[in-house]
Design a protein around this ligand. Structure first.
Ligand code: PEP
Ligand code: MN
Length: 338
């Protein structure tokens, strides 16, 4: 059960609620949302009636929350979360298209990628500087010099950037250079990292773990919101199944399910999902049709020479051919491309 306080409830009124919660043998726990402040009842609430708390001054409503996630829940916040990243609105009607290489490889490669993203109508550029590679002998990313390249190119093009952070200690460093912090699939349940990005002022894109259930993903997002950071994007990027002809299986049904249970924006990474450039377009179009709020697509000026994920990277030509198709599909479901 949670007690949702009125927007202007005073600290004294909140303390009355906490006292009333203690009086029935439960423990109060405050969670401060972007728009609302709620006090959870931890303990046995089955015998309690909402009316017991509803009449306390400052209380807006009392809800029984069946599910373990709270701040991310649409029950608690019915309106979609909408926020700005530079000049880009995330979570609104406009579907946000992010593209760029898997890894930042050089200034020239990243600059060429970003210009191609911009020319085709993409609104943000992606690039990895710290790469979670399956093999320790694969290219691990340029590290901080890669972040510097991203910042320079972002200033040249005006495109905000997104890049992965793998370690809690590196969150302030990555946040210095990059507009959106990506928590990768392999780190979805790295709780110290979730706590660290929860304290950052930068928006976070949380990717679904390779074998994570939707509820586990929502609970991982709950850590970030509970830490104080409410600007979170959820990203479905394909899950492990028995199928091997695609790299992962894009769980397109995760889009309507997530949209039902959470107010957070939902993006799709079609590239990690399908693993082959030739399927990225279909997966992108299907995702927008199913209600995705954005896409993050791997695009490389020369996929054959890419230092990571070249097989699944589309060319700038393919990307610019995809954009008008995405616009048409977005229009068919009463959305636009941001
Ligand atoms: C990536 O974006 O390049 C990446 C490694 O993604 P994921 O964490 O979804 O595998
Ligand atoms: Mn990749």
């Amino acid at each position: 059960m949670v007690v949702v306080m009125k927007a202007h409830a005073t600290e004294e009124q909140k303390e009355h609620v906490r006292e009333a919660i203690r009086a029935v043998g439960c423990t109060p726990r405050d969670i401060q949302g972007a728009e609302i402040s709620i006090i959870c009842l931890i303990g046995e609430t089955r015998g309690l009636q909402p009316e017991q708390f509803e009449m306390i001054p400052g209380v807006d409503q009392v809800q029984r929350i069946q599910r373990p996630f709270k701040l991310v829940s649409r029950e608690v916040q019915p309106n979609n979360t909408v926020f700005e990243v530079g000049n880009v609105t995330v979570g609104g009607n406009g579907v946000v298209i992010i593209a760029g290489p898997c890894s930042v490889e050089s200034l020239d490669q990243f600059r060429e990628s970003a210009h191609a993203v911009k020319a085709a109508g993409g609104r943000m550029v992606r690039g990895g500087a710290f790469k979670p590679r399956t093999s320790p002998y694969s290219f691990q990313g340029l590290g901080e010099p890669g972040l510097k390249i991203m910042k320079q190119v972002s200033e040249e093009t005006g495109l905000p950037t997104i890049s992965e952070v793998m370690e809690p200690e590196l969150v302030p460093l990555v946040a210095d250079y990059i507009d959106v912090l990506q928590v990768g699939a392999r780190n979805m349940q790295n709780y110290p990292l979730l706590n660290a990005v929860g304290k950052s002022h930068r928006p976070v894109m949380l990717k679904r773990g390779l074998s994570a259930k939707i509820e586990e993903m929502l609970l991982a997002a709950e850590y970030i919101l509970a830490g104080g950071n409410h600007n979170v994007i959820l990203c479905e990027r394909g899950i492990r199944t028995f199928e091997t002809w695609t790299r992962n299986t894009l769980d397109i049904s995760a889009i309507p399910v997530l949209k039902k249970f959470t107010h957070l924006p939902v993006f799709i990474d079609p590239s990690q999902a399908v693993g082959h450039a030739e399927y990225v377009g279909s997966a992108s179009l299907g995702s927008v049709a199913a209600g995705a709020d954005g896409l993050i697509i791997e695009m490389h000026p020369n996929p054959e020479k890419a230092l990571s994920d070249g097989d699944q990277s589309i060319t700038p030509t393919a990307f610019s051919a995809l954009m008008p198709q995405l616009r048409a599909v977005a229009g068919a479901v009463n959305r636009s491309i941001a």
